[in-house]
Each structure stands twice: as C-alpha cells, then as structure tokens.
Design a protein around this ligand. Structure first.
Ligand SMILES: O=C(O)CCC(=O)C(=O)O
Ligand SMILES: [Fe+2]
Length: 383
C-alpha cells in the first residue's frame, strides 16, 4: 500500500471526535429546514453539518418546514387546535376519566392513555381548582378523595418528589410484537368528540417528519443516508400530550417538585411542540440552564440517550426540565423517536477509535427504554 495513502487515511473515530466544537451556548440554535427536501446533495450536506454542530451540544430548533411535502407544516400549525380537547380531558374528574377510558390505568411495559399527577399533587392542584371555581368545601373534599384513587404519576428526576404535569400517551395505532407492543387507549368519543382524529392527524405527520430526519442524522455522522433504514422499520414513536398546571411557590417548598424534573429523553431524538407559556430549559455544557423560548413555527429537537450511546457521547443527550411559572396552563407535545427496539445500541465505527472502550454498556434500544421507564415509575411500585 502507498505509505502516503495510509498516512492520509482518516481514522474515523478521530475524525468526528476532532470535529467536536462543544460550546457553552447561551441561545438554542435555530436551523432552517428548507433544504430537507432538496434533491441537491450539497444542500442536504450543509443542513446536516448544521445539525451535527447542534447535536454536539444536544439541541436545536427546527424552523421553515414548509417545504415538507407530506403536510407536516400544515398539521404543525394546527396543533393549537388540539388544545381545547386536552382541556376537556383534563377537566374531567377522576371517576369520569376512569369510565371514559374503560379502566384505571396502571403502568405496564407500554404506557398508553392518561397518566395523572401523583396523588398528593392531584389533591393540591384539584383543590386549588375547586377553590377557584367553586367555593364549596364539600366539593373540594369529594374531589380530593376521588383523586386519591389514582396513583400513576411520574417522577422524572428520581431526586424529585413528583412531576407537576399530567399527560396522555399514544404510540402506533396497530399493536405489534416486541418489548413495547401495546394498544392505544382512547377516551370515549362521546366524552371528547373528535379528539382521536385530531391527535392522530398530528401524530402521523410528526412521525413522517421524524422519519425524514434519520437520513440527515446519518449524513451528520458521515454515514450513508440510508444507514438507519434497516434499524427503523418500526421505529419507536411515542407521543405525549402534556398539561402543566401553573406552578405556585407553595407547591415547591423544598424545590423538589417542578413541572418535569431534570432528565434526558430515552430515545434518539424528540420533536417537541410547545405553546407560548414557556418554562422549558435546557442545560448547556457549562451546566447553565438556558430558556427554550417558544418561537411560533419552530419545533424543539432534543437529542436523546440512544444517540448518545450510538455516538459514544459525541452527540449529547439534552438535559432539560420544565417549570411553568407563567401563571397559566401550559401544554406541550413531545414525540420521542427511536430505533426499532431490538437494535443494539453500540458505538458507530465513526465515533469510536480502535481499542477505545465504549462509555456505555451495550444493550438493545428496548432494554434501555424499559430500564428508564422503570426508574420513572419506581415510586408507584406496590401502590
Ligand atoms: O413539556 C416539555 O416542554 C418537555 C417535556 C419533556 O421533557 C418530556 O416529556 O420528556
Ligand atoms: Fe424530556
């Protein structure tokens, strides 16, 4: 072999590692996605380069999605039309929620349907609501007793005392096999007419958008654009419709209850729509919390742990949290996008140099997600 050629053959692991430009960003970068549908490879490459720079820091905002042919743009701007349905859902008192959804929900492998605030938080928030909307103490007492029947709530940061949000989870409509198989649990149409159709319309468009991101992430990692195709034949695509009641200082006396505790997401990336209330923060490499200020027409794209594992931490999973101090209700819709659950999360050849030890234990995507879900719901074991 020509010795010069050998000298100039890049060592893949070093290539990406050397290109790291981790920065203490003070603002989340906004990336224009006009070229996502471009047939010009150079333009797609340029977009992928911007994505790579952002992924090294863990997060970015995607804007200008109007070029997407599959109508994501249109659906994206119809997201606020889902909010009135959510209001109906979350104003239902607990017994009605149970009836509407067929059975009380308990955590299972696949989380679907409504999950509630932890019971002590429900009592607090509901009693406050009743106090605001009705001065009757008996109503308050009754509500609080009814809500105690629910105990499925989240505690995203195990050091916290519970998250001040409630939500509704959906995944693929058809149930399948595999570790996270399950069916969606919809409320009765009579209770929230049109809810299912409106949510599915957005979900399907957002899933297509997520699928179109994988080739760009592959390019960003110097891989062929189709690299993820056989790893995302049935990609994990869990969507949550979240409601954060306004947080008052009284609920946070020891600082351990916030809208959603500091955490990283479990999958490859998250496509997040948020309303104008604000409150989402991401942590930069310096440990400083940076506000993800809502910008109409943009989506927050956070990196998740699966990409951190694939890239041996060259792409960072975004540490983020939410505190809703806007004084009004907050709504958001994250869609968590991962690989097929049987795919092994092992460092890509371009991200690890020969002989380097992977930072993380090699497990399948499904095993990893299950272990994180078990942590989030650990407090509800034995309820
Ligand atoms: O509501 C948000 O803005 C963030 C939600 C989130 O981080 C999550 O559900 O994992
Ligand atoms: Fe998250």
């Amino acid at each position: 072999m020509d010795p010069h050629l050998e000298l100039h053959t890049p060592i893949p692991g070093f290539l990406l590692a050397n290109e790291r430009t981790e920065s203490f960003f003070e603002q989340i970068p906004v990336i224009d996605f006009t070229d996502i549908v471009s047939t010009n490879h150079r333009k797609r490459r340029d977009l992928a380069d911007k994505i790579r720079d952002a992924c090294i820091n863990g997060t970015f905002l995607a804007e200008s999605l109007s070029g997407l042919s599959h109508g994501f743009h249109q659906s994206a701007f119809s997201t606020p039309r889902i909010i009135p349905f959510l209001k109906v859902l979350w104003q239902m008192q607990s017994p009605q929620r149970e009836t509407s959804l067929g059975s009380p929900l308990t955590p299972s492998l696949r989380y679907a349907g409504l999950f509630n605030l932890l019971s002590d938080l429900i009592s607090f928030v509901r009693s406050r609501r009743c106090f605001l909307h009705s001065s009757s103490t008996s109503t308050r007492a009754r509500t609080s007793k009814a809500t105690q029947r629910f105990s499925v709530g989240e505690n995203t940061n195990p050091e916290g005392r519970g998250d001040l949000h409630e939500g509704f989870d959906i995944g693929w409509e058809e149930s399948g096999d595999g570790p996270m198989a399950g069916v969606n649990v919809w409320p009765r149409d009579a209770d929230v007419p049109g809810f299912r159709d409106r949510v599915l319309e957005y979900y399907q468009a957002a899933v297509k958008f997520g699928q179109s991101l994988f080739p760009l992430f592959a390019l960003a990692l110097d891989l062929p654009e189709n690299f993820f195709d056989d790893k995302t034949t049935k990609p994990a695509a869990i969507m949550r419709l979240l409601h954060y009641p306004p947080q008052e200082p009284a609920i946070d006396d020891d600082g351990r209850i916030i809208g959603i505790g500091a955490h990283t997401d479990y999958e490859c990336f998250t496509i997040l729509w948020q309303d104008a209330a604000g409150g989402l923060q991401v942590q930069n490499a310096d440990g400083k919390w940076i506000d993800a200020v809502p910008i109409p027409g943009t989506f927050v794209i956070n990196l998740g742990d699966q990409f951190a594992r694939w890239t041996n931490d060259i792409f960072k999973s975004t540490v983020h949290r939410v505190t809703n101090r806007s004084g009004r209700e907050r709504y958001s819709m994250p869609l968590f996008f991962g690989t097929d659950y049987d795919v092994l999360l092992e460092p890509l050849p371009s991200c690890i140099s020969p002989g380097q030890t992977p930072k993380y234990e090699i497990v399948t995507a499904g095993e990893y997600v299950q272990s994180r879900l078990a942590e989030t719901y650990a407090h509800s074991k034995g309820d």
